[in-house]
Design a binder for this molecule. Structure first.
Ligand code: URA
Length: 237
């Protein structure tokens, strides 16, 4: 947390003295509210506006949303020199992935250097929903669907499936396309769910994390999160 006038001065807008004047004149907003107290402290996650323009109070924090391709490791380094998610992001800042996707899983993964946000998003208490599309072997019967609706035990712990939809059934090839939303992050959890049901996963992709969607990003493409999105993620705590 830093004093508002220091944050404004550090952003190169003006001197600290003049920043104080701007605050006293009501020209400064924090998270949309005019702030006139000089002692106010803000963090890098607060949105600071001066004369209606947003200033990046903490430029060192970076947030990227990548559409991870298949055959890419979700960690900062790999002993076997395989490509990692970091290789896809053009940045000088040391970032790391938030949680992980398997080597052969595609889709939405966040990368950041903001440890607080990474912790918030991966902490089970915050129950962040994640939505996957899985192509699985076979066609599901009523018993399978009941088990998915009631929650399945994996390694002695129930996985609560928030939402589940069959998107498509391929009778010729005996495969199904399903969408499911879960709120936990155990490793390989989706594959384990369908292994338990004897419908192994053929392909897996994450399409949503909380309110963030993969959208139109193609495999290997990424974008930065907006300040608004970062704030909204913080509000999920
Ligand atoms: N569940 C899996 O089985 N794999 C992933 O990559 C993510 C969730």
């Amino acid at each position: 947390m830093e004093r508002l006038q220091k944050v404004i001065a550090d952003a190169g807008i003006t001197s600290r003295r003049k920043a104080e004047d701007l605050i006293l004149k009501g020209k400064v907003r924090v998270n949309g509210q005019v702030i006139k107290e000089l002692g106010t402290k803000v963090s890098g996650n607060d949105v600071v506006e001066v004369n209606g323009a947003i200033i990046h109070s903490d430029v060192t924090k970076k947030y990227y949303l990548l559409n991870k391709p298949r055959g890419v490791i979700s960690s900062a380094h790999d002993d076997k020199n395989r490509p990692t998610v970091i290789d896809y992001i053009d940045t000088d800042v040391r970032i790391y992935p938030v949680g992980r996707l398997d080597y052969d899983t595609t889709g939405l993964i966040l990368l950041t250097n903001d440890g607080d946000l990474a912790h918030l998003l991966t902490h089970p208490a915050n129950k962040i929903p994640k939505t996957y599309i899985a192509k699985i072997e076979g066609l599901l019967n009523k018993d399978d669907i009941d088990r998915l609706r009631n929650g399945i035990f994996i390694e002695g712990r129930k996985v609560l499936i928030e939402n589940f939809k069959i998107k498509d059934k391929d009778f010729d090839h005996q495969t199904s396309l399903v969408e499911l939303t879960i709120i936990e992050g155990r490793n390989h959890i989706v594959k384990k769910i369908f292994e338990t049901l004897k419908h192994p996963v053929i392909r897996l992709s994450r399409i949503r994390l909380a309110f963030l969607e993969i959208g139109k990003l193609k495999s290997g493409e990424y974008r930065e999160l907006s300040i608004k999105e970062v704030k909204k993620l913080y509000s999920l705590k």
